[in-house]
Design a binder for this molecule. Structure first.
Ligand SMILES: N#Cc1ccccc1Cn1ccc2ccc(-c3cc(N)[nH]n3)cc21
Length: 242
């Protein structure tokens, strides 16, 4: 997969080259290119924004600069791309979104700032490629860069070879519609708190049941909406007994 990010703050994306994802890039498991939007300005001030039509607070990012930038970035590789535009007004980004995007050959992320990007940029792009306007949560950030860091990590960890232990991506929180339950490691007792006996029993069936019960319990407590959204056949009799 190739990932391109267009932003006026390229330095914000430096964390993509750290740790697990950085190693995946070095291993050639994923390609990441970050582009400075201002490279496609032509005025001395490198202007990327202007006042909003219809008035209102703040500024809006100019369509011309974005159009030239996306044309150039898309032309740099022949692979078909999905354009992703983070916005507080977007559809929710979920694990299922990450799983769907993990199958893409190429993702191009457009990081807005100010009050966002002129809508015509999205509309014009949508005529020639898939475009997703997505939100990473019901809160307002200052720009799209942090959202891109979140989404790139969520997608990249699903790519073959990126995670040391690929099974864990399948047993993720949300992959079965439930939150993950609690996890424990050594020491056996820490500050007077001990690891649940069942986890040391060696009884794999009991351990699986305990973990499922803790996941159901945590999901019911913290995210009843996820429980309500589960398909009818997602809970077996033992689950229902919980
Ligand atoms: N747009 C906009 C906007 C609208 C109103 C107030 C502030 C902004 C700032 N902003 C500019 C770009 C941009 C990108 C993504 C987010 C974003 C995503 C999530 N989930 N929260 N915030 C915000 C972004």
């Amino acid at each position: 997969m190739r990932i391109d990010v267009v932003t006026i703050f390229p330095g914000y994306l430096a964390p993509l080259r750290e740790a697990l994802l950085g190693r995946a890039i070095e291993a050639g498991l994923v390609e990441v290119a970050v582009h400075d939007l201002r490279d496609w300005t032509h005025d001395v001030h490198q202007a990327v924004d202007d006042a909003p039509y219809g008035g209102g607070p703040g500024m809006v990012m100019k369509p011309q600069v974005w159009g030239e930038a996306l044309d150039a970035v898309l032309a740099a590789d022949e692979r078909p791309a999905r354009l992703v535009v983070p916005t507080p007004a977007g559809r929710p980004f979920r694990q299922s979104t990450a799983q769907a995007w993990a199958g893409e050959q190429r993702l191009v992320f457009a990081c807005g700032r100010y009050e966002g990007i002129d809508q015509r940029v999205v509309d014009e792009a949508a005529a020639r490629m898939p475009v997703d306007e997505v939100s990473i949560g019901d809160y307002v950030l200052v720009g799209g860069e942090v959202a891109v860091l979140v989404m790139v990590e969520a997608v990249a960890r699903l790519l073959p070879g990126v995670l040391g232990n690929p099974v864990s991506a399948e047993q993720d929180s949300f992959s079965d519609g439930l939150l993950e339950g609690p996890a424990y490691t050594r020491p056996l007792t820490w500050r007077g708190l001990s690891v649940p006996e069942v986890l040391r029993s060696g009884h794999h069936g009991a351990i699986a049941r305990w973990r499922r019960d803790r996941a159901l319990e945590r999901t019911a407590d913290r995210r009843p909406d996820l429980l309500a959204a589960l398909p009818a056949d997602a809970l077996d009799a033992a689950d229902r007994a919980f």
